[in-house]
Design a protein around this ligand. Structure first.
Ligand SMILES: Cc1cc2nc3c(=O)[nH]c(=O)nc-3n(C[C@H](O)[C@H](O)[C@H](O)COP(=O)(O)O)c2cc1C
Length: 341
């Protein structure tokens, strides 16, 4: 009740945001229209695109929805000489017949936030850190609900102290990037079953369990652990409305999805995805690749060419450990199964 009341939704189910172009207005609005909270991951969007996105979401649903941004890490965006990193990837560029890219300029966080606050979606969620005080104050002045994302108990406490309205407790089972921000990722990998009850004990705000929840059993288990609701990523990524490519979706319910790994190779920041050829081939360089967003920019032409040609070995196949529980269907049908109707 606490979470549904706070967010103005019917069922305590949040469709997790997907960064990197995998979110869609169709998916977020389908989930919101079904009585959950649809989300759109906007961290790669420039401010004008964010303004247009919120307009499109408002046109697609009259219900509450969330837009998600990444809080930048210290030093993120500092200039890095890409030459040795391009040399490392040169054989792959040749193999897929693509040119090394000019490094894209990442959107500025403050400008993204300004655009988002001006567009005033009902809910803003953050990952990768604690949103600055002025962001929280300004959001609350406008009546916007703010959700923060924690991977450890200490991160949940830090988010609550900063004034977020609800905390996502993201267990290490989850798909996509790890949002650790107080300690290195390898010291912040707590499974959902361990993390959720500890966060529930540590904070007074509503707690949303994330990671490894993909069906009705997972929803019930999370609520039994004391969570006020759940955030589901991989399960919604597999639905027809998500913007994941055909290769990615097919892999989510293939045998390969039984093996997911944490890797920095695709983006420079640790994320969970299906073990594939690129991860095997570059395994020795896991600690050498440049940080996000440089590695992500260098990999972009490879990921794009591979997705176009259906080459699963070079696509970042983000997936959580519950991927084998997912199926291809509409978001509406999936949502009905989750709520047991
Ligand atoms: C492809 C992909 C992209 C994601 N991108 C983001 C993101 O940009 N911001 C965020 O807060 N969470 C992101 N997540 C995490 C999800 O929103 C959600 O919390 C997580 O997937 C839950 O775990 P599950 O995958 O086991 O369901 C992403 C997850 C996936 C699978």
């Amino acid at each position: 009740m606490r979470l549904t009341g706070l967010l103005g939704i019917e069922h305590p189910i949040i469709q997790g945001p997907f960064g990197g172009g995998l979110s869609s207005v169709a998916l977020a609005s389908a989930v919101s229209n079904a009585g959950g909270l649809g989300s759109f991951g906007a961290h790669v969007l420039h401010p004008t695109a964010i303004t247009g996105l919120v307009r499109d979401l408002r046109a697609a649903t009259t219900r509450p929805f969330a837009v998600n941004l990444w809080v930048p890490h210290a030093g993120e965006g500092d200039p890095i000489d890409p030459t040795p990193h391009i040399a490392r990837l040169a054989p792959l560029y040749r193999r897929l017949g693509v040119e090394p890219p000019a490094l894209p300029v990442a959107p500025d966080f403050t400008e993204q936030v300004d655009a988002l606050l001006a567009a005033a979606p009902p809910v803003i969620s953050f990952v990768m850190g604690v949103p600055p005080r002025w962001v929280l104050d300004s959001a609350h002045d406008k009546g916007i609900t703010v959700i923060g994302t924690a991977t450890t108990v200490d991160e949940a406490i830090a988010l609550e102290r900063a004034g977020v309205d609800a905390v996502v407790a993201s267990g290490s089972d989850a798909g996509g990037h790890r949002g650790a921000f107080l300690r290195p990722v390898e010291q912040s990998l707590v499974g959902t079953f361990s993390l959720v009850p500890q966060v529930v004990d540590a904070v007074g705000s509503p707690v949303v369990a994330a990671g490894g929840i993909a069906d009705r059993r997972g929803v019930r288990a999370a609520l039994a652990l004391g969570a006020d609701g759940v955030q589901i990523g991989t399960g919604f990524l597999a639905t027809r409305e998500s913007n994941a490519g055909d290769v990615h979706k097919a892999m989510l319910h293939s045998d390969a999805a039984k093996v997911t790994v944490l890797t920095r190779l695709f983006s420079g920041r640790t994320a969970r995805g299906i073990h594939n050829g690129l991860v095997r081939e570059l395994a020795a360089h896991e600690d050498e690749v440049p940080p996000y967003p440089v590695q992500s920019g260098l990999m972009q032409p490879l990921r794009r060419a591979a997705a176009e040609r259906g080459l699963a070995d070079y696509v970042s196949l983000w997936a959580g450990q519950a991927a084998p529980l997912t199926a291809s269907r509409s978001a509406k049908d999936y949502f009905k199964e989750l709520v047991g109707t």
